[in-house]
Ligand binder design. Sequence first.
Ligand code: 7PJ
Length: 259
Amino acid sequence: MGVINVTPDSFSDGGRYLQFERALEHARRLAAEGADILDIGAESTRPGASEVDAEVEIARVIPLVRALRGEGKLISVDTSKARVIEAALAAGADIINDVRSLALPGALDAVRGSDCGVVLMHMQGTPQTMQADPRYDDVVAEVATYLRERADALVAAGVARPRIALDPGFGFGKRGVHNRRLLAGLGRIAALGQPVLVGLSRKASLGEMTGRPVDERMAASVTAAVLAVQGGARIVRVHDVAATRDALAVWEAVRREAA
Ligand code: 7PJ
């Protein structure tokens, strides 16, 4: 899964069309590099980020969904708001990727009437506060329990189980040690029986382990992606698609000989 952010750039207002053109070009590059899924997001969920209005999210995301559908890739929309989910599905999105696990008002209802895939992610707290003081007794057990209960709630609401993928939510209300334990214990999340998605690409936890700033974390991100797949992840959400593809090709080729 390749990451496409459509957020206004910080040094010029760019104009909405320029922003769209840049994001489209980026998405097509990730597709050419071998992404199977293009994940489009307009709401920054970085620690401390402020919220984006639904209309703004729709205006940024929907033109991209329309432009990219029919190009042979699955289209995922990274959002939490019911109105954005409805607009994304109407525009042809295949997957709703929600860091809030469809907990906002109307979000669950918005996916029930479709056959889209859904990604449910664990987060402790909210993006505004989540990194203040995250605490767990047993992070892997607590995250697994949350994801199992949330998946069961969706199934009870009529979302077929094969539509649901689970994500431990690296960096979302987790300290370094929590992220490391989750990656080491990923098999216990995979054992829930749903496909697991992991997003560690360029995240602060990798910065902590390597001492590298965000634009120098490709090697760490690729390593994390390989460890995630080895640990049972079926989908990795990454910025560096070509490098991740190469690394997974090596992992896969060697694994075949061992089997
Ligand atoms: C994730 C995400 C993640 C899923 C972001 C960033 C922050 N969606 N959206 N999992 N992270 N499913 O990429 O640094 O880990 S935004």
